[in-house]
Write a protein of this length. Sequence first.
Length: 349
Amino acid sequence: MAFTQPPESRSRVRNAGRAVAEQRATPEDYELIDQWRAAHSYVLNTFKVWFRRRIEHAPINAEFAQRLKRRNTVLDKLQRMKPDGTPLIRDVTTMQDFAGCRLIFDSIDDLNAFRGDLLSPRSMENVNHKLKHSDLDKYNYIEHPKTTGYRGIHDVFLHYPRPHRRGNQTSAPWQGLMVEVQYRTRAQHAWATALEISDIMDRQRTKFGHGDDDRGIFFSMASEIIARRHEGMQRAFVNLTDKELENEFLVLERELGILQRLGAMRQFDEFDKLRKHNVLNIFANDGGAYSLEVEVFSNSEDAVARASQLEASGESINAVYVTGEPQQLRSAYRNYFNDPVDFVNLLKG
């Protein structure tokens, strides 16, 4: 299988990223960033092999799927500014999540057990990949949830695949690229899924931290209610009792109607089309509502190119390349299939 190689000059990629941030980018700048992004499909392939082996030997249930970061999300991130007016991202080559792996577990205990085994010296000695951060709690958003309410744990690995044969350096161009691994429980994943669906439905950006209004508070409270009810954890709104928290949440729901709209949504049934390499494309139909189209490909290169084409056209609301086992993709990326059922059920009662 042919994989896109990263540009030979990382400095040219950095310059292209700065040009995008300063809104002076040329077509060549965009091509360089697209090539850098597409090169991470090789990283996904390497980590797929490693994680599947670890999951096969784990005495717990874990769902696994992967995605390549959306083109428009990359460009948007490059153009965003911090509150102090400085760029959010100064160097596009330091973005950690072009390649993303997602693992979903039945419980926090299972999550911690799997991650602990994965990062153990016994496991890590069998691979050349390196953990980028020495502090294992650096991205622990279960103990320290984001202000949006997001919960989960992330690890960032540096990609150093071993050659298939001694002296074979064919993987050299991809050495040192990064991959972000997300570990979530099913409850945490249900919350994240519902937020993404709601953002698309209401054309909002709460997921990206643009929600310090009632809508943002709604999802942050929903996350804490789920954590208290179903995972026995209290990490936010510590000044509120369970009852007070739920009462304030219900007040917001009566004003916003988010839970009601999510519960009434019609799920898309395109998941039967899923194969190994897929592009999930959400677009607005003639009636103004949005629909899902699943396109399947025989290789990652064609799929990545198609996703980039859809995003660049401006006709797509959300297009992404995903790879993995079809049934697990349906669960891991249920936001694309309009499936907030778990979230609604977790908050009922």
